[in-house]
Write a protein that binds this ligand. Structure first.
Ligand SMILES: [Zn+2]
Length: 84
């Protein structure tokens, strides 16, 4: 039996329909400038991919507008906020 997953946008809560295009996947990640320096937050964004959408840490976004909202929040968040 096929297992269908339903997704909703992590910013606005809109559910993803089967034919919905222009969805995006976003990860919070960290980058080490060099040894001993504090890690820098890194935001990774890619187009929707069915396989990657199953990732436990990925955020699902319903379009460029919600991607921008998330990026705006990310830019204003402290490193402590992003660790959550
Ligand atoms: Zn949205």
């Amino acid at each position: 039996m096929a297992w269908t997953e339903t997704y909703s946008c992590d910013v606005c809560g809109k559910p993803k329909s089967e034919e919905a295009a222009d969805w995006w996947l976003v990860w919070n990640d960290w980058l080490s400038p060099k040894q001993g320096d504090p890690d820098q937050p890194l935001l990774k964004v890619t187009r929707w991919n069915a396989f990657l959408s199953h990732d436990a840490n990925v955020k699902h976004l319903c379009g460029a507008r919600c991607a921008q909202t998330l990026m705006d929040r990310w830019m204003h968040a402290s490193n402590e906020d992003l660790l959550e």
